[in-house]
Design a protein around this ligand. Structure first.
Ligand code: NAD
Length: 486
């Protein structure tokens, strides 16, 4: 029986044991929908990371030599246990993060189990190349686990993104020292209990809770950790790269975005409208793939604006635990202040607020929570702060274009290059524009349709490297070529 009750103090998971931080220090964990502290999380430090690395190093010889079929069995058991406890995990996720419960149940938790199942099965099909030099030699390439690897994840999709990293790392035979966001630690803590129940050997996965500087940097700096997989802000990514690059570590950086949503007049208007409301505001706009810059062809601009605003005003913001809340709380007071500040900046830059722009104060249990109205801003050009900097909240801007060239110039303005969405019924144009948009992930006439086999990641300041499918298994293995002369 796994215990899903939330203890007053969360613990690290090191060497197969749940233990408190060596410093004895803790940080408040706040429910963003109520503003109340509901548990404490370890404020771990260098010594806890050292302990975790020691446990991972000890576990590595056996785990890396464990046949893929056995790794599959235990990782698949973890997936099954996540599925079996979907409701408890979803409740924990929504309490910790503020996202609607229906979203955690429908997206976050099912995707966490899918991550384990996908890479558990993937490792049984993973193979490497061989190259024959006619009559001379055969080369074969070994794909060997790296050793101890570090995985650091953000708060917006807590268990979803945490497992997206650790599942391929473990499947490939590595041992992991992982750090979830200190803002949303709860489901990672519960995952430790699941891993124990599933029979994951001690030390194979170690979870150290704490802050970026307190834990994350010590993971990045540790000489025994040979690869770092990081998802988070571009600023933290830059800092991590500056530490890891001179140590010649393998690095995967999934960073921020400011994604364009390019809408041509010939699109399927109804489908586009419905999806654009989702791509703008899903998870309170706190998905790195949300389309925060909506670019609309001039001939349908007014029609779009009227219809879009009508839909946006229908979105109910409120208690994440209520089934009809379309929008929950943003993740923290700090983030609430940041997003509200961005809305002020937009006004100072001359933008007009067409919808939203204000905090929401629900009655009852959520009166102290951090809620923001879905906000739509118009009248700003591509080079202002509002259209260049990531807001990562329920705020989108509208801009119009009259030609394909103009749409591309707007789409490619700025330093980010994570994803883009293109709406058109002209297949040639869809492909032409897709080829020219500077982003790593393009959706045509859809959004967030994910096939886990596809490469996932950004260009420009949105990151380095790709996750997903074979890309992830290649990242978490070292290629070694063996050349045998005939
Ligand atoms: P963040 O960079 O503040 O933190 C992410 C994680 O890194 C946290 O666990 C944090 O404690 C840790 N961290 C912070 N500073 C660190 C340091 N110096 N060394 C090591 N670890 C450190 O990001 P966030 O606010 O948690 O998440 C939001 C950001 O994540 C947004 O920019 C969003 O676009 C990005 N994101 C990107 C993707 C993607 O796939 N590209 C997906 C989700 C979120």
């Amino acid at each position: 029986m796994i215990d899903f009750a939330v203890p007053s103090h969360l613990e690290n998971y090191i060497g197969g044991y749940l233990i408190g931080p060596l410093s004895g220090k803790f940080i408040d964990n706040v429910n963003p929908a109520t503003g109340e502290v509901y548990c404490q999380i370890p404020d771990s430090g260098e010594k806890d990371v050292e302990l975790a690395v020691g446990a991972a190093k000890k576990a590595f010889p056996k785990w890396s030599a464990t046949p893929a079929e056995e790794r599959f069995l235990v990782l698949n058991r973890i997936a099954t246990l996540i599925d079996e406890h979907r409701d408890a995990l979803a409740e924990a996720e929504s309490t910790d993060n503020g996202k609607p419960l229906w979203l955690s149940k429908r997206v976050d938790i099912p995707r966490a189990s899918a991550n384990f199942r996908f890479f558990a099965t993937g490792i049984m099909h993973f193979s490497a190349d061989s190259h024959t030099m006619e009559q001379t030699a055969i080369n074969y390439t070994l794909r060997q686990p790296i050793g101890v690897v570090g995985c650091i994840s953000p708060w917006n999709l807590p268990l979803y993104l945490f497992t997206w990293k650790i599942a391929p790392a473990l499947a490939a035979g590595n041992c992991v020292v992982a750090k979830p966001s200190e803002v949303t630690p709860l489901t990672a803590f519960l995952l430790a209990r699941i891993c124990k129940e599933a029979g994951l050997p001690e030390g194979v996965l170690n979870i150290v809770h704490g802050t970026g500087p307190g834990v994350g940097e010590h993971i990045v700096k540790h000489p025994a950790i040979k690869a770092i997989s990081f998802t988070g802000s571009t600023r933290a990514g830059e800092r991590i790269a500056s530490i890891a690059a001179p140590m010649f570590k393998k690095l995967s950086l999934e960073l921020g975005g400011k994604n364009p949503n390019i809408i041509f007049a010939d699109c399927d208007f109804g489908k586009m409208l419905k999806t654009t409301v989702q791509s703008s505001f899903a998870n309170q706009g706190q998905i790195c793939l949300c389309g925060s810059r909506i670019l609309v062809e001039e001939s349908i601009y007014e029609k779009f604006k009227t219809a879009f605003l009508e839909e946006v005003k229908k979105l109910k913001v409120g208690d994440p635990m209520e089934a009809d809340s379309k929008q929950g709380a943003v993740v923290s007071k700090v983030h609430f202040d940041k997003v509200m500040g961005c809305i002020e900046t937009a006004k100072e830059e001359g933008g007009s607020t067409l919808a939203g722009g204000k905090a929401v104060k629900p009655e009852g249990r959520c009166a102290g929570g951090y809620f923001i109205e879905p906000t739509v801003i118009e009248g700003l050009g591509p080079h202002c702060r509002t259209n260049l900097e990531e807001i990562f909240g329920p705020v989108v801007t509208l801009q119009k274009f009259s030609t394909e060239e103009e749409a591309l110039a707007l789409a490619n303005a700025g330093h980010y290059g994570l994803s883009a969405t293109i709406w058109t019924s002209d297949v040639s144009r869809a492909n032409r524009v897709a080829m020219q948009v500077e982003a790593g992930i393009i959706w045509v006439n859809c959004w967030l349709l994910r096939d886990l086999r596809t490469p996932f990641g950004g260009i420009k300041n949105s990151g380095v490297g790709r996750e997903g499918g074979w890309e992830a298994l290649r990242f978490f293995t070292e290629a070694k070529n063996v050349c045998v002369q005939l």
